[in-house]
Design a protein around this ligand. Structure first.
Ligand SMILES: Nc1ncnc2c1ncn2[C@@H]1O[C@H](COP(=O)(O)OP(=O)(O)O)[C@@H](O)[C@H]1O
Ligand SMILES: [Mg+2]
Length: 450
């Protein structure tokens, strides 16, 4: 058996905590996976930024990219490597480049998702351009923004059509605030969107390949406390709906790591923001949920690297549209979309792979997240964000939540001999969450959430 090393590149900017944990856990896993006559080892390396020859080969099998949505040298290097070297990258760089919130709303409206009523408004100011005045004089219709406000009703949200990170997002209660927000919007092209208000549940659905992890979210809480530690906040039908919704969006756009924000009002889940192809992955936001996200990233990236699964370079929307055109209730159409998504993400093969080759991940991660090194990584992240006098306090806070995760995790995966016997597969219960990660613990049965 030939020994072959698969190389995983991390394309990073400010990310500090997850890459450090990812690298360390992959190292501790000591993977040695037999595949098609080879014995696979895995090496993780950080991708550097430097001049490159378009002819030069790419050393990586898979790149986990967190940079290219704003750092375009890396984006262009990745696009070259996908086309010329067969690189597999999360996420599809062309989809990241071209699909903003606006496109994602339109496409999912076409599939029948209940996107809140949304208008696009021409910008208040335009960057200078030779033909600008002439174009505006000829074609720009005068409008009164108050009329749009009236059509949508209050409260509403004004937010950039291609936004992210809450930049430029304003909640608006009345026409005066609307006019004021528009005056201040400058050259941004804005959406006005009917508020889902009041809502009784806000969920962030974080997809990683075929795995979907749901977290209850409180947008009004301070930054460190927005992701809630809460369990069983949806029923099984809702969990399944949100999972199918997330998989559909992600498969449609070629975003294998993406988060979808949904708000529930009167029993309906409204997706409001799901073009998040570089989702929050900081321990200082995710705390309790952070280890599961690191594990999900490890599972999916090792699967992609080991199996040499082909990256889908172009997006194929037609099969979704064909289901959309059917005269079926929405939930049935959604199940049809999600079926395509699961096939595209090779869910069955992935589950089998994890069950067979990543059985020790739960235990290794559990051990690691109790180590001094893990605490050091958490502290380093806190130190990069918090003022000096809060570093110890918040390190203790996030570390405490991770230790709470270890406690619930120990119960879940059955770390005691007794629990081991009873069998506690990983991630298959709908606990907080409906984490649809595969069963990869020692007993590891029951891969689908109950
Ligand atoms: N239609 C809406 N109804 C209720 N809340 C909204 C709506 N749109 C945005 N928000 C609130 O504003 C926040 C930021 O808006 P979002 O669309 O997520 O923009 P960004 O892409 O910047 O994250 C959301 O997390 C949510 O709390
Ligand atoms: Mg958002």
């Amino acid at each position: 058996m030939a020994e072959v090393t698969r190389k995983i590149g991390l394309s990073l900017g400010a990310d500090l905590c997850w890459p450090a944990c990812y690298e360390e856990i992959v190292k501790r896993l000591k993977l040695s996976i037999p595949m098609n006559g080879d014995l696979l080892r895995f090496a993780v390396e950080r991708v550097t930024v430097e001049p490159f020859d378009l002819h030069q080969s790419c050393p990586y099998d898979v790149v986990l990219d967190r940079l290219t949505h704003w750092f375009h040298t890396s984006r262009e290097w990745i696009k070259k490597a996908v086309i010329l070297d067969g690189l597999y990258v999360l996420n599809n760089p062309w989809a990241v480049q071209s699909m903003e919130k606006q496109t994602s709303y339109c496409a999912m409206m076409k599939l029948g998702m209940p996107i809140p009523d949304t208008w696009m408004i021409p910008p208040k100011e335009h960057p200078p351009s030779a033909d600008l005045q002439l174009t505006l004089d000829r074609y720009a219709k005068l409008f009164d923004i108050a009329q749009t406000g009236e059509v949508l009703g209050y409260p509403l949200f004004m937010k950039p059509y291609d936004g992210g990170a809450w930049i430029g997002v304003t909640r608006i209660e009345n026409v005066d605030q609307l006019r004021q927000a528009y005056e201040q919007s400058g050259t941004h092209i804005m959406h006005l969107q009917k508020a889902v208000a009041p809502f009784d549940l806000f969920v962030r659905c974080i997809g990683l390949g075929p795995q979907v992890y749901l977290v209850k979210y409180d947008p009004g809480a301070p930054l460190h406390d927005r992701y809630k530690v809460d369990f069983f906040f949806t029923d099984q039908d809702e969990w399944s709906l949100l999972t199918d919704t997330t998989l559909t969006i992600n498969a449609f756009f070629g975003w294998e790591f993406n988060s979808c924000e949904v708000l529930r009002r009167d029993g309906v889940f409204y997706p409001i923001d799901f073009a998040n192809a570089c989702p929050d992955f900081q321990v200082t936001s995710l705390h309790y949920h952070f280890p599961e996200m690191v594990k999900n990233m490890i599972r999916w990236s090792i699967f992609c690297a080991a199996t040499k699964r082909k990256m889908r370079q172009t997006l194929d929307w037609q099969p979704f549209y064909e289901i959309a055109a059917k005269d079926l209730p929405y939930r049935e159409r959604l199940a049809g979309y999600a079926k395509i998504a699961r096939e595209r993400m090779e869910e069955d093969r992935f589950m089998e792979f994890c069950h067979k080759h990543l059985r020790n991940l739960n235990e290794v991660a559990w051990e690691f997240f109790g180590s001094d090194l893990a605490r050091h990584f958490v502290r380093a992240k806190v130190a990069s964000l918090f003022p000096a006098h809060e570093i110890e306090q918040f390190t203790g806070h996030f570390w405490g939540l991770i230790q709470f995760w270890r406690k619930t995790e120990a119960d879940r995966i059955g770390l005691t001999a007794e629990q081991d016997q009873q069998g506690g597969g990983a991630g298959q219960e709908n606990r907080n969450s409906g984490d649809s990660a595969p069963a990869d613990s020692a007993s590891g049965d029951g891969e689908v959430p109950s």
